[in-house]
Design a protein around this ligand. Structure first.
Ligand code: ACM
Length: 269
């Protein structure tokens, strides 16, 4: 199976032009079976406030979803795309997973970063997993990475590959992803964005460096901080089903759940 990502710099509020950029990057290319796009890939990231974010949001199943499904159908791929989701008056920083046949599932970012808290609701659907051709995938969005429980939950639910859409501004995850992959024996496809957004008194510089990491922590595909385009690699997803770190250590069977909970944690603070 081939997995890949698109790294690019979405133009703020230019949804149609961002869709066109994605189409141009796929045109005449061999497109992987599973493709990951960055967080908020169609709208950009630096919203002035809730009102502006609302004006750029769309419900799942709307025109933008249909456009994405058309792309997935044309290239016979499954795509995880960072998406500004509207649900009545609520906004979610979501990742939508779809194929040419329709929407497979949606994940709403659980751990909101910085000013996202002023416009989005934190995700309320936990960490679902989905099946694509016998392979189990889970979705994460950006800052979820710093909470190891997020990827652990997906791994314990049987995810073989984590499709991680990001707009990283801190410099850590491109290194930390190796640890997440090793501790969960899981594949990670990290699609980060490039570029700078300077607006509404804010400045966000995105760190690129998208990568694909294998269960042993090997980085098997890696791009630079400003590079743009479609990148992919062939993997054997079955590798993630072996949780052994040594002949005597199965990282899941060796977990000591009874020892982890510190009932005095809150009291001692
Ligand atoms: C982030 O969560 N977009 C940093």
């Amino acid at each position: 199976m081939d997995v890949g990502f698109i790294q690019f710099s979405p133009v703020f509020a230019e949804t149609s032009s961002n869709l066109q950029t994605i189409k141009n990057m796929l045109n005449n290319r061999r497109v992987p079976d599973i493709l990951v796009l960055p967080e908020l890939a169609l709208t950009g990231y630096t919203f002035a406030d809730y009102k502006e974010a609302y004006s750029l949001s769309e419900e799942i199943g709307g025109t933008l979803t249909e456009e994405l499904i058309k792309i997935a159908r044309e290239y016979r791929t499954a795509m995880a795309v960072g998406f500004l989701e509207r649900d009545e008056k609520k906004l979610y920083n979501s990742s939508i997973l779809l194929s040419g046949e329709g929407v497979i599932g949606v994940y709403r970012k659980v751990h909101l970063f910085y000013k996202e808290k002023e416009m989005f609701e934190p995700g309320d659907g936990g960490f679902p997993v989905f099946e694509i051709d016998g392979v189990i995938v889970g979705l994460l969005v950006c800052f979820d990475w710093i909470f190891p429980e997020a990827m652990r939950t997906l791994a314990l639910k049987g995810a073989d590959i984590v499709l991680h859409s990001a707009n990283l501004v801190l410099p850590y995850y491109q290194d930390a992803a190796r640890t997440r992959a090793i501790e969960n024996r899981i594949f990670i496809v990290l699609a980060n964005r490039t570029g700078v957004e300077e607006r509404a008194g804010m400045r966000n510089e995105f760190t690129g460096g998208s990568e694909i990491v294998a269960p042993g922590g090997e980085i098997i595909c890696k791009v630079g901080s400003t590079q743009e385009g479609l990148f992919s690699v062939s993997i054997d997803p079955e590798r993630s089903r072996n949780k052994k770190a040594t002949e005597m250590n199965d990282l899941f069977k060796d977990r000591r759940e009874d020892q982890y909970e510190d009932r005095n944690y809150r009291k001692s603070r």
